[in-house]
Design a binder for this molecule. Structure first.
Ligand SMILES: Cc1cc2nc3c(=O)[nH]c(=O)nc-3n(C[C@H](O)[C@H](O)[C@H](O)COP(=O)(O)O)c2cc1C
Length: 359
């Protein structure tokens, strides 16, 4: 029987327990793409709190990527020097940290190359008109992913995670809901997966075959006309062939509440666990399950359903960065997070519950 508090391994990445801080955008921590002391503090609290692995909030892996001005830009000149301080501190505290490589695609608001947000096809989202990327733009961005991964490695990160879920750029390419291309990047699933596979191959070319490269991907897009489990199984088998280290399974393309990866109103723990179990049965690389985990009991239960290697959480670690320490030492059995999701609007990575408790 798998235990939460035992060592596990994702390829060459050894982690001290099976709890992962899922990528959580630390809105308000980056300043024009630069890393601020507050970001260092957030990771320090998580490392002290004994979580096995920290996955950073999404950082811009290329141009036109930012959801807002506060998203850290890996391609800015000082990134390696700035992020190195963070990795050194996390390692000093015996933690591990992986950078999430993000690109917000049609949802990006920081357009620093050309005039439009990038997307697989012309997409109108709210007031934003995103444009279908040209082949040259795709090839240039794939190169930027490789360069970004290399910079993370130079900065001492323990790995990178490609964000391929939640209706951001890579997920937009994967999903027939957004991708209406008729060239080699659109149409059948083999073509829709091409962009992601080129990114993975380029990252591997830059960082070598042993460096941990994870992916976070939708099992299901949760919209009519989106991807379903069979598509995800196909993509994950392909990712395995191309050398992915571990796969984090989420769901939701985030175009309405029903397709939100936080599942507002859904109190079921492990709300995407079935998909993770299915993928874990199909591939031979470690699978991480995210979504709604709040108690030690259910976390342990799902760890032992099928072949899930680790459980990741987001909102509970905003509420209590020390959660893993508390569970391990019997100080608590459940998270204080109440799924209010007000953390989305809180400045400086804040939690409504925690701020009420501290009054
Ligand atoms: C404030 C906030 C920011 C998030 N930022 C990211 C992100 O940068 N990248 C990502 O893959 N998921 C992001 N997510 C989604 C979470 O990683 C996770 O998939 C989702 O919240 C469900 O897990 P939970 O129930 O443990 O919160 C974010 C979630 C929240 C609440």
């Amino acid at each position: 029987m798998k235990q939460i508090f035992e060592q596990t391994q994702f390829g060459t990445l050894r982690i001290k327990n099976r709890l992962v801080r899922s990528a959580t955008f630390e809105n308000g921590c980056g300043d024009k793409g630069h890393i601020t002391p507050r970001l260092g503090q957030i990771y320090e609290e998580l490392a002290k709190g004994n979580v096995g692995l920290i996955i950073t909030g999404m950082m811009s892996a290329g141009h036109n990527a930012g959801v807002n001005d506060n998203m850290i830009q890996i391609y800015q000149n000082d990134f390696v020097q700035e992020f190195q301080k963070i990795t050194e501190n996390v390692h000093r505290l015996e933690g591990k940290i992986v950078v999430q490589l993000g690109h917000c695609g049609a949802k990006a608001s920081v357009i620093d190359r050309g005039d439009y947000a990038y997307a697989p096809s012309d997409i109108q989202l709210g007031n934003t008109q995103a444009k279908a990327m040209t082949i040259d733009e795709i090839k240039a961005l794939v190169k930027e992913y490789g360069e970004s991964a290399m910079k993370c490695k130079e900065a001492g990160a323990d790995g990178v995670e490609i964000h391929a879920g939640h209706g951001y750029l890579v997920s937009e390419f994967l999903s027939p809901y957004f991708n209406h291309r008729t060239d080699e990047y659109g149409g059948v699933i083999e073509h829709r997966a091409q962009f992601l596979i080129e990114i993975l191959d380029e990252i591997r070319r830059c960082v070598g075959k042993d460096y941990p490269v994870l992916v976070k991907i939708n099992y299901c897009d949760l919209v009519e006309g989106g991807n379903e489990g069979a598509d995800c199984r196909y993509i994950c088998e392909l990712l395995e062939k191309h050398g992915i280290t571990a796969i984090e399974i989420t769901s939701g393309i985030s175009v309405n509440p029903a397709s939100a990866p936080t599942q507002p109103g859904n109190r079921q723990e492990g709300f995407f666990a079935e998909g993770a179990i299915d993928i874990a049965n199909h591939v031979n690389v470690p699978v991480i399950s995210v979504g709604g985990y709040r108690t030690k009991e259910k976390t342990e239960f799902y760890l032992n359903q099928g072949d899930i290697a680790a459980i990741s959480m987001s909102r509970p670690f905003i509420c209590e960065p020390e959660l893993a320490y508390k569970w391990e030492n019997g100080i608590s059995e459940k998270s204080d997070c109440v799924n209010c999701s007000q953390c989305f609007g809180m400045p400086q990575h804040g939690c409504k519950v925690k701020s009420m408790q501290n009054k």
